[in-house]
Design a protein around this ligand. Structure first.
Ligand SMILES: Nc1ncnc2c1ncn2[C@@H]1O[C@H](COP(=O)(O)OP(=O)(O)OP(=O)(O)O)[C@@H](O)[C@H]1O
Ligand SMILES: [Mg+2]
Ligand SMILES: [Zn+2]
Length: 245
């Protein structure tokens, strides 16, 4: 309700959108529709909010157009993976224990595609989400040399904990520094305790992953996520062959 009132207030202050060609015909660009005793958010404001959330979700360019509809379900494993992810996003709202997905399998099999497709779908449903690649987690925090966490780092870490859906792509891809290992544990532990959704991808096998991320993190990830394996056919290579012949 507060968000709604804030939106109305800021739009009322701003007035209608200036560019006439983009102006919404239903609300004249105000973002809300006033009838006799009611004020309703217009679909254009809802769309704008979704676009803003998608922008903040940090999805890499290559994956921004990935959806469940453009994931080819042409093998049993891909069909099964696609079905499981579809079911997960469809039931997301009604499920009390939201859990998450653990996308495992070889390189190029569509794990990141499916993780992003789920994330986009859930953001479009109105949830907040964030995509984080393990390597950038390491890059963003690697250069710290002791001392306290900066405000910027702190707010970045808070977002990793607070968003409705967090995707950690390529978990365990490289050995973690002590600081990053500590933070990864803390993020995952807090999400686990708060029952917040986590979507993880990894192309390591279970034993390798456990060694890389340590048992406490591994155990929580396995406890909160259902395993989905889209198979062992590298789409990057098989897709290329089918294009050139
Ligand atoms: N079943 C599929 N249908 C359509 N596109 C696919 C499918 N599987 C993979 N792709 C495409 O192939 C490319 C590689 O897939 P993706 O990056 O998701 O693989 P990955 O399993 O995450 O690989 P890695 O372990 O190397 O990170 C992407 O462009 C993705 O959209
Ligand atoms: Mg990937
Ligand atoms: Zn409108």
């Amino acid at each position: 309700m507060l968000n709604f009132l804030r939106d109305i207030q800021s739009l009322a202050e701003r007035g209608p959108t200036e560019t006439v060609e983009n102006e919404c015909p239903d609300c004249d660009g105000y973002g809300y529709i006033v009838s006799d005793n009611d004020v309703q958010i217009c679909h254009c404001l809802a769309d704008r909010q979704i676009r803003k959330r998608l922008k903040k979700a940090n999805i890499p360019k290559r994956y921004q157009s990935k959806t469940l509809d453009n994931f080819k379900a042409d093998t049993d494993q891909r069909r099964n993976a696609s079905h499981r992810v579809r079911k997960f996003v469809k039931e997301f709202d009604v499920s009390t224990e939201k859990g998450g997905l653990f996308l495992l399998g070889a390189a190029g099999t569509g794990k990141t595609h499916l993780a992003v497709a789920a994330l986009i779908d859930l953001v479009e449903q109105g949830h907040t989400g964030l995509f984080y690649n393990s390597a950038s987690l390491i890059r963003d925090f690697r250069n710290r040399v002791g001392g306290s966490i900066s405000d910027e780092e702190n707010s970045r870490l808070n977002r990793l904990v607070s968003v409705d859906i967090l995707v950690i792509d390529d978990l365990g891809v490289t050995r973690l520094s002590d600081f990053v290992r500590e933070q990864t544990y803390s993020i995952i532990d807090q999400r686990y305790s708060e029952n917040k959704t986590l979507i993880v991808t990894s192309n390591l096998n279970m034993k390798e992953l456990e060694e890389q991320i340590t048992y406490p993190v591994f155990s929580r990830v396995c406890g909160m996520c259902s395993i989905v394996n889209p198979g062992d056919i590298d789409f990057r290579i098989s897709g290329r062959h089918s294009k050139s012949f």
